[in-house]
Structure formats: C-alpha cells, structure tokens
Design a protein around this ligand. Structure first.
Ligand SMILES: C[S@@+](CC[C@H](N)C(=O)[O-])C[C@H]1O[C@@H](n2cnc3c(N)ncnc32)[C@H](O)[C@@H]1O
Length: 353
C-alpha cells in the first residue's frame, strides 16, 4: 500500500450569522448572588463560546433560544469524536441509520458502481468518520480499477481512524491512501490536489446523515463545484416519512446526550445545569438543552447569563420528504437516482453533474 502525505489545511472559520437572530448576547460585568456561576477553572472552549456570543439568541414566545448547532463544534476534541463513534455503535443508531444505509448500499452496489469509468479512481470519503462504509466500495471495485482512498474530515481523530482501518485491511493490496484534514469549505482545492497524477476521476461519498447537519444548498454547491464530468456523488440521508415519533426515538438516546453534552460542558456548564431534549421543528430534528436554573458563564472579559428555561440548540438534522430531497438534488445535478429503504425513512442518492 502506498501512503501519500495528506495536507492539514483545516480552516476553523466561524460560521456566518444565523438568519433568525433577533437579539445579541449582552456582556455583563455585574455580580449577582442568585446566579449559579460556572466553576472557576472550568476549561471553556473559545470557539464554542465565541459562537454563542456571535449568534446570540432568538425569542420563541417567551423562551430565549440560543442556536449554536454547527457540526464544526461537535468534533473539536478526540473525546467528542470518539463519543460520536460510541453513538454510532448504540442499538438505536445502528438500527435507524447504519444498518439501513448499509443494506441500501449492499442492495444497490452494482447499480451505484456500474457507471464508473475504468480509470484510476479516488474514493473521496467526505466526513469519513471511521471509514467503515468505504470498505464496501473498495471491495466492489478493487479487482476492476486502481483505487485511492481519500478520507476527508474536519477531525484529525476521524481521519486517523479511517486511514488506519483501510491501511490494516488492505496492507498487502494496491489501494493507495491520500488523506486530508479539512473543512468541507475547502473541497474545491482538495479535489484539485487529488486529481493530480493518474487519479483523475472521483467517487464522492457523503454518508451517515452528514448532509442533514448542513444548510443543504451550501454543501451541495460546494460539492458540485469540486466535481467534474464523470465524477459521482453518493449521499446517504434520513427522510421525513411522517413518522415523527419513530424518527425522534433514535435521537432521544443517552449516547446522543453523551456526545452532545460535551459542547455544553465546554461552555463551562455542568451536566446537572441542563436537561436534554429532542423535537422536530422546521423540517429538522433539533437537539437542545434546557437550563434548569439561571446560570452565568464567563470567559476572558465576557460573561453570558442564561435564564432558567433558556434553550441551547446544539445539533440539527434536516429530514426532507423524498420529493423535496429529489428537487434539491436536481437543482445541482443533471442525473440523480434515488434508492429508498423499505420503510421510506432513509435514502441513498446517486448524483452526477
Ligand atoms: C455524521 S458523521 C458521518 C461519518 C461517516 N461518513 C459515516 O457514514 O458513518 C459526520 C462526519 O463529518 C465530519 N464533519 C463534520 N462537519 C464537518 C465539516 N464542516 N467539514 C469536514 N468534515 C466534517 C465529522 O467529523 C464526522 O466524521
């Protein structure tokens, strides 16, 4: 196996202001005895704190909603990344996401790969996680064409996991490896880097509900711009099949809490200060924490006071119905085929420019 050095061009650019902002956080310096003040010495993550300050809160009725849902904040530390991999192993996630997606890939692998031209191919695993799903594609293609596995992820922990997995399995075979630790915002540059040498064609994988964590137009645009004729994109995402309770069940889970509470803790709050919640709102699953008491957090010279009942949205996962999902994809890709799970709750979409 040939390993090519990857480039670490991670760009942790803070996201743009959310459209719904109505109010901004007020910085306060005064002391208030009734407040629970975050423990002195608690390590606050400046990126998460800045995101909170930047986005502020919006009012929904009388409730202040702080929306800091951004997948960039979920994998900042190895502990966070590992907590996601633990969540993936949980019974609910396995049943609702992993198995449905893997079953669909296995069932349609021939149709998915039949259009691939017989030239050296980059398998670009966008948001690779631990790389387990890429193996199905490598197994299907490795006897037919020369392959290079390219895990791309904002988390170095994930890139290492995926790279090691593929290195260990294909140690004696001719599957090359070229990794990149990067934000999806850099895809155009990365795809230029990857197209060098003989590997001029790309199969992009965007699996595991990753698209649902993003503003769909922004990410589809980024990916499309990184593709040339003959490249393919395979997306795996949950669908809204109108069974909201079932959909929420897989999110309302202690593993999910253990994954996302790490964001709350990096704001200097304690697990006991908040209550975990999940709801379906605005075509998306929202995962949020409700403040049980008034709380003050401080970082450098700034402080934020949360009121009792304030909500902090830490994650969203958009779910579209099949037709809406197809309409979005057709805005960016000329050729789209969709494969849907028997219960209509998960889709694989194969897109060509
Ligand atoms: C939901 S997981 C999916 C993992 C894997 N594809 C799977 O199917 O199991 C999303 C992955 O995307 C990565 N990720 C999240 N936001 C990202 C961003 N802005 N740029 C690059 N990678 C990102 C995460 O680190 C994580 O590995």
């Amino acid at each position: 196996m040939k390993i090519v050095e990857g480039k670490n061009i991670k760009r942790l650019k803070l996201v743009k202001l959310h459209k719904n902002i109505k109010c901004f956080a007020k910085f306060i310096n005064m002391k208030k005895n009734s407040l629970i003040v975050s423990k002195q010495g608690t390590k606050i993550n400046d990126l998460i704190f800045k995101e909170l300050i930047k986005r502020g809160y919006s009012l929904e009725g009388n409730t202040r909603v702080w929306n800091i849902a951004d997948s960039k904040l979920w994998y900042l530390t190895p502990e966070q990344a590992q907590a996601f991999l633990d969540l993936e192993r949980s019974e609910g996630y396995q049943k609702e996401v992993i198995q449905k997606e893997i079953d669909l890939i296995n069932k349609h692998i021939k149709e998915i790969t039949e259009g691939i031209v017989k030239k050296p191919l980059n398998i670009i695993d966008l948001g690779c996680g631990d790389g387990k799903k890429a193996i199905i594609f490598i197994e299907q293609l490795k006897e037919k064409i020369k392959l290079r596995y390219c895990p791309i992820d904002i988390s170095s922990y994930m890139v290492e996991k995926a790279s090691n997995r593929i290195k260990n399995i294909y140690a004696d075979e001719i599957v090359e490896l070229k990794w990149n630790i990067s934000d999806f915002e850099n895809l155009e540059n990365i795809s230029l880097l990857l197209r060098q040498e003989e590997f001029t064609k790309n199969l992009n994988l965007l699996l595991g509900n990753t698209l649902g964590n993003f503003e769909i137009n922004e990410l589809l645009y980024e990916i499309r711009m990184s593709m040339t004729d003959g490249d393919m994109l395979l997306i795996g995402n949950g669908l809204d099949n109108s069974k909201i309770e079932e959909m929420l069940k897989s999110y309302n889970d202690e593993f999910n809490n253990q994954f996302l509470i790490k964001i709350i803790k990096q704001l200097g709050l304690n697990e006991t200060d908040v209550e975990f919640g999940v709801r379906f709102n605005n075509s998306r699953v929202e995962i949020y924490y409700t403040l049980k008491n008034e709380c003050k957090i401080s970082f450098l010279d700034k402080s934020v006071i949360f009121n009792k009942g304030d909500q902090i949205i830490v994650a969203v996962s958009y779910k579209y119905n099949k037709d809406d999902f197809m309409s979005y994809l057709k805005m960016y890709f000329g050729d789209v085929r969709m494969f849907v799970s028997p219960d209509s709750s998960y889709a694989l979409a194969l897109c060509k420019k």
